[in-house]
Design a protein around this ligand. Structure first.
Ligand SMILES: [Fe+2]
Length: 249
């Protein structure tokens, strides 16, 4: 676990999540998308299946990725100041990510995470959402499966997020900000139908962002978040670029 001192340092740099539209031009989006699909076809079967093209960090799976997104990193640093990139990856999602935080097992001084929507297959991209909860978790990379039990651990949950490098949390006693506000039933039906009700018990929504092509959503990486059930909105796949950062003095 992180010490109280480490957690307080992380809290000093926290802010409300935000979205900037047209962060990337149409041509830049097209170039990044083409880059992904040209390189993705060269990956091994397992990586192709996961839809991850790792650019920077322990999961980087091809050369040249850092150069391809340097202009994006420079632009992000103009927004939030200097950072170190812990991990940067393209991800092609065929299933909506369930509730998680974006942490690393070595418990770094995490800073902002950035998601840049690049493409959707069929459907309207604005019907897909990136959902930010009010709660935070400081205990490592985690999927939030409140109320489930260990016996379900090996059952296929239809989620591929960091299966090998994240923990499962079944009890939210150590999650910060748990409350009894609840979540609007309409939002649950429309956007959260892929999340079992017990997983969102005690959680509340801070903000929902449209999966708008060319935009960037910035947020604190230890904030709980998930994707909406974009499949229900008629979107079969979505491609994004994610950058996870560590604070740099
Ligand atoms: Fe995430």
């Amino acid at each position: 676990m992180r010490s109280t001192e480490q957690i307080n340092l992380i809290k000093q740099t926290q802010s409300n999540p935000w979205q900037i539209e047209n962060f990337l031009s149409t041509a830049e989006v097209e170039n990044l998308k083409d880059y992904f699909f040209s390189k993705q076809s060269l990956l091994d079967q397992k990586s192709r299946k996961l839809g991850h093209l790792g650019l920077i960090g322990p999961e980087a799976n091809h050369k040249g990725g850092a150069d391809a997104i340097q202009f994006v990193l420079d632009r992000l640093q103009e927004q939030v100041g200097k950072f170190e990139v812990r991990n940067a990856t393209f991800f092609l999602a065929t299933q909506p990510h369930r509730i998680h935080n974006d942490d690393a097992k070595h418990l770094p001084r995490t800073f902002k995470a950035f998601t840049m929507p690049l493409w959707v297959e069929s459907g309207n991209c604005e019907n897909a959402k990136l959902i930010m909860f009010e709660q935070f978790y400081y205990g490592g990379p985690t999927k939030f499966l409140g109320g489930d039990s260990d016996e379900l651990r090996n059952k296929d949950r239809g989620v591929r997020y960091d299966n090998k490098i994240s923990y499962n949390l079944y009890n939210y006693d150590t999650v910060e900000g748990i409350n009894d506000k609840g979540i609007d039933p309409d939002i649950k039906t429309k956007y959260l139908s892929h999340i079992p009700p017990n997983h969102i018990k005690g959680l509340s929504i801070h903000k929902m962002f449209d999966w708008k092509i060319g935009s960037v959503v910035g947020f604190d990486s230890l904030r709980l978040h998930c994707a909406s059930n974009f499949k229900k909105a008629g979107i079969s796949k979505k491609l994004g670029l994610a950058v996870f950062t560590t604070y740099k003095n």
